[in-house]
Write a protein that binds this ligand. Structure first.
Ligand SMILES: [Zn+2]
Length: 510
């Protein structure tokens, strides 16, 4: 964007946010509730460097876009260092942007017209994130810096006291790239707010196909080559909830060739506090109070081959109609009025969902009717509140979380990380019955870095009314119609018969 265009943008929103201070006071309110030292650190200069030799690579561009977009939603001094002539990959070209730098700058300025992009004064060291493989090394980096990349289904990170090297050069899935970008943004945030180095990200390789996490200085050598779909037909898909996770998912869906029919459902309008974590919403969306479904519909209509429709309303008015509609899958992100408890009784097809916690946690889940647990099984209760081995007391200055009620506070990168896991689960379903062998719940807590991905494969719960509803003959005429209906028949168990209960098997990927 030119200086004139930025000034024009500021002028359009001036009646509500006449100054940067007024804008940040509203936007950063939720994050400041979790991190009371936030304001002292948001002016630390940040630099995001893009590997000059791979700057036209689609994966590197996706990671850089996600990392820059999320970082400018809390950091007020951000500079992106990338080759100005690098052309955008064809799957990312839109809105008149031809180069990577144009698109990054456009997304950052429409997220925050006030941020400062001037280079650091001599002698001041910025917090740096390096994006890409950097096969020729990262000459400017030191041990405080972090690098992210993605290959195949695997998101990669490296602490640059031990530079990592790649065995493979395959393109990555959008999900793996987005996860790498979000984790990179979280490492910048940790350093900015003063987390001690033991809580920063360490060198890792996280395979989003099997949820395996490798943590050692040779982790990048562990990458397994898997087929990476260049296109994805989502069939007839319901996205219920276009809030923090749903809007991040819509943003990511615009980064690859998707076909099919998508129905968006939400009741809310964009407000200033949504700008602190959604990569989709712009300052003009918040200024105009645009409906979240309208913003997502506009984005996906311009950035995908999806046929998109939208419904604005509340869950209890529409849930029954959704149950009667022959969707192939639901992505259920709305939990107003305890929606998750009612989902199984609408006899849905496969349901995917994502979550964030009020601390540093995020996750995603899948529910294949009859052979896996249902959303009601995941409603808060003691075992469902388990968020991994490191959930407690990891924020350096946590405001009493009891006070954090509505609106729920969440750190800026978590919802995009959750959306990336949901997207990986969407892609896993294309693997057909192989998906049945994969965990159906993954949760992570970034409070102390990335010590583990906690995965579970949960079967139907004995005595759960939701799981019982899925076994009914009514489900056969509803959820079973979807393209993934065959996944609900296990070997020797036909649709319509009762499936044996399975005990949840827990494993911690390390
Ligand atoms: Zn259940």
């Amino acid at each position: 964007m030119t200086t004139d265009e930025i000034e024009e943008l500021k002028l359009r929103i001036a009646s509500r946010w006449p100054t940067a201070e007024a804008f940040y006071a509203e936007r950063d309110d939720r994050t400041a509730r979790l991190v009371e030292s936030l304001v002292a650190h948001v002016t630390r200069p940040v630099e995001i460097h893009v590997d000059p030799e791979s700057a036209e690579d689609a994966t590197v561009q996706r990671i850089a876009l996600v990392a820059a977009n999320l970082t400018v939603r809390w950091a007020r001094r951000v500079r992106v260092v990338a080759p100005v002539r690098a052309q955008l990959h064809e799957t990312l070209r839109h809105d008149g942007c031809g180069t990577l730098v144009e698109r990054i700058e456009s997304e950052m300025r429409t997220a925050d017209p006030f941020f400062d992009a001037t280079p650091c004064a001599a002698g001041i060291k910025p917090l740096r994130l390096f994006v890409g493989p950097y096969r020729a090394g990262t000459p400017e980096a030191d041990e405080d810096d972090f690098q992210v990349h993605a290959v195949s289904w695997t998101a990669l990170g490296a602490r640059l006291d031990h530079p990592a090297h790649l065995a493979l050069a395959d393109e990555a899935t959008v999900a793996a790239a987005a996860l790498a970008g979000a984790v990179g943004a979280s490492d910048l945030f940790k350093r900015a707010i003063g987390h001690e180095p033991s809580k920063w990200m360490k060198t890792f390789a996280w395979d989003t196909w099997c949820s395996e996490l490798v943590l050692d200085t040779n982790a990048w050598h562990s990458v397994v080559a898997r087929p990476v779909p260049g296109t994805l037909d989502v069939g007839r898909l319901l996205l219920a909830g276009v809030g923090a996770i749903g809007s991040a998912l819509a943003y990511l869906m615009g980064m690859m060739r998707l076909t099919g029919n998508l129905t968006l459902f939400d009741r809310d309008a964009v407000d200033g506090t949504n700008l602190n974590r959604s990569p989709l919403f712009t300052v003009l969306d918040a200024f105009e109070g645009a409906s979240k479904t309208a913003v997502a519909k506009r984005w996906l209509s311009a950035h995908s081959y999806l046929s998109v429709s939208s419904i604005d309303g509340i869950w209890r008015d529409h849930a029954h109609t959704f149950g009667e509609t022959p969707f192939d899958a639901w992505i259920s992100l709305t939990n107003e009025d305890g929606a998750w408890a009612s989902v199984p009784f609408q006899l849905p097809p496969v349901v995917l969902q994502g979550t964030t916690t009020s601390g540093w946690g995020f996750g995603a889940g899948r529910h294949i009717p009859r052979v896996e647990d249902c959303t009601m099984c995941r409603m808060p209760r003691p075992e469902a509140a388990f968020r991994g081995p490191c959930a407690m007391g990891e924020l350096p200055s946590v405001v009493d979380q009891q006070e954090v009620k509505v609106p729920v506070a969440s750190l800026p990168f978590l919802s995009t990380a959750s959306a990336a896991l949901v997207m990986a689960m969407m892609m896993q379903l294309e693997g057909g019955r192989d998906a049945l062998n994969l965990p159906n719940q993954a949760s992570v807590d970034l409070g102390t870095g990335l010590p583990a991905v906690v995965v579970l494969h949960r079967g139907p719960t004995a005595g759960c009314r939701g799981c019982k509803a899925m076994q009914s003959s009514g489900w056969v005429t509803r959820g079973a119609r979807g393209r993934y209906g065959a996944l609900s028949t296990r070997a020797g168990v036909a649709v319509g018969e009762t499936c044996p209960d399975r005990s949840p098997e827990a494993q911690v990927a390390k």
